[in-house]
Design a protein around this ligand. Sequence first.
Ligand SMILES: [Zn+2]
Length: 308
Amino acid sequence: MKSLQYYLFFLALLIAQQSYAQKDSTFVFPDSAKVMNDLYFLASDSLLGRETNTEGNEIARNYIINRLQKLGVSAYVQDYTQAFTFGKDTIPAVNILGFVEGFSGKHFIVISAHYDHVGMKDSSKIFNGADENASGVSAILALAEYFRENQPENNLLFAFFDAEEKGLQGAKHFMQSVVMDTSRIKMNVNLDMVSRGDKNELYAVGTYFTPFLKPLITEASKDKSITLLFGRDEPKKKPNWVNSSDHAPFHKAEIPFVYFGVDDHKDYHKITDTADKVNPDFYLEAICLIKDAIENFDANLAEIVYGK
Ligand SMILES: [Zn+2]
């Protein structure tokens, strides 16, 4: 009898442990605490504006690499890093490349956000760059975690580009480098300024060149409160954002791209672009919209062709 009691006790313990383990493994997306924590850290004063080739930029880089390691996102290159130099002064810079392997393993979607910003002015004024572009970086960390949990059909490369503020140098170098046969890249999804809900509007730029993408993005916005806007990509029309961020070198190579971003706001490239100005409700919903769009791109990648 005693042995039966023991047996029942251990059985109850086992069931309790299992249900605890199940609860513990429930995947939350996006995890608002993690996303906001990443954004607040990257936009904090201690990173001094994350200018390329500064200590603050290096701290941001190490933070991103650490997060990727903890998330179990693979390194696409050794130590996740692609070092390069640019300009006649050969300024050093470093891209960060994480990787989630797809079921089919042949083609790539490059999901990008630049992690550098413009640094400081007069050695006391810090450009925190919360929206520009700690928001894009923190968003793609959340996306990398999601797709590590939910394996995509195609490979996803998570590119954290450096030196965007110096003339899109990180993205340009990536496209010219030999880390990847660029014919395997079927699409670029670039995030730059995705957290300011001042107008509750998010732009998706680039469908002018690949109209097939438009219904896939519209579908992703259906159950969202955000107003999705297209445009800013037609030749000769202003404003035009086709060359305004890291999607430009992909566009130049005639790779389909979508750039997600909010309209310029009063704190754009000012020392007032701080984390407290971010609207978490808007930002988290924008991340959901972008995730849903990427799932649609992934499911239809074979049909996504530049110019069609
Ligand atoms: Zn930017």
